[in-house]
Design a protein around this ligand. Structure first.
Ligand code: SAM
Length: 258
């Protein structure tokens, strides 16, 4: 893995680079790594033009939870891109468990590199990747290159409830609602659905945090030298839960490329 990919992954998981090799251990109890999976499955189901031949692209697919559940439910073909090898291995196992291996392909690649080439998918998903492509406007500009005209982009993220800027690492792309929608539709695309995800994510985040904390304690017993890094990581996760609860309204958006 290149240093750039390593940094991007560490940022997306809010972890210091030296803790990255231990992330599979810390996150072993989670399949979904932050996205509002049930809401995404529901909104995709409401897109009438999609059929079993639909090809979806899941950027930063993690352990493949979102694509595998979509494929299992609707029979799509999915390509998932991630640069974290242990997550992709888990995705392959899960695809086999759900009996959809023949419909899923998981590629070990940096997503910046993957999207530097145009593609022709019916739907592209960016779930829980925050501002990996910068502002929402830049994100849409990238996602548009991955689908054909009339194809769909699904972003699972959120917007700021009160302010128009948040001074926290990895949160620079967040804006208030009106500015977020303005950026999402900057290129003249149609916002065709929006689902509020705050209520569900709040409970899920608390549950995930307790699982991560338990694994963190186990890891400290085995690696005393990592105690500070692990405590810092857990502290950041707690802080993130608070920020998500108090500052950010979670939302999943479906945008059609027009
Ligand atoms: C918060 S997780 C979300 C995973 C998945 N979408 C989900 O909700 O379960 C972010 C994922 O993006 C991946 N990632 C971050 N930066 C990446 C990059 N530059 N190239 C490939 N994968 C990346 C990480 O490895 C991680 O699996």
């Amino acid at each position: 893995m290149s240093t750039k990919s390593e940094k991007s992954i560490a940022d997306s998981l809010e972890v210091k680079k030296q803790l990255l090799p231990h992330i599979p251990f810390l996150l072993q109890d989670l399949w979904v790594l932050g996205s509002s999976i049930d809401q995404i499955i529901e909104i995709v189901g409401s897109l009438k033009s999609l059929c079993p031949l639909t090809k979806i692209l899941d950027l930063g697919c993690g352990k493949g939870a979102v694509s595998i559940r979509l494929v299992a439910r609707y029979g799509f073909h999915a390509v998932g891109i991630d640069a974290m090898t242990p997550f992709l291995e888990e995705a392959e196992k899960k695809a086999a468990e759900y009996k959809v291996s023949h419909l899923c392909q998981f590629i070990n690649q940096d997503i910046h590199e993957y999207v530097s080439n145009d593609h022709d998918y019916d739907l592209v998903l960016l779930a829980s990747l925050g501002g990996i492509f910068g502002s929402f406007k830049n994100t849409i500009a990238k996602l548009r290159t991955q689908i054909h005209l009339g194809g769909f982009m699904i972003i699972d993220d959120g917007y700021l409830r009160k302010r128009n800027h948040l001074n926290r690492k990895g949160y620079g792309h967040y804006k208030n609602y009106n500015n977020t929608i303005r950026e999402l539709t900057f290129f003249g695309d149609q916002l065709i659905n929006q689902v509020d995800t705050s209520a569900v994510s709040k409970d899920i985040n608390v549950e995930y945090l307790s699982l991560i904390k338990r694994r963190g304690e186990e890891l400290i017993l085995k690696h005393r030298e990592l105690e500070k890094d692990i405590s810092d990581y857990i502290h950041l996760q707690e802080e993130e839960c608070d920020v998500l609860k108090n500052e950010i309204e979670g939302a999943s958006w479906v945008i059609r490329k027009d």
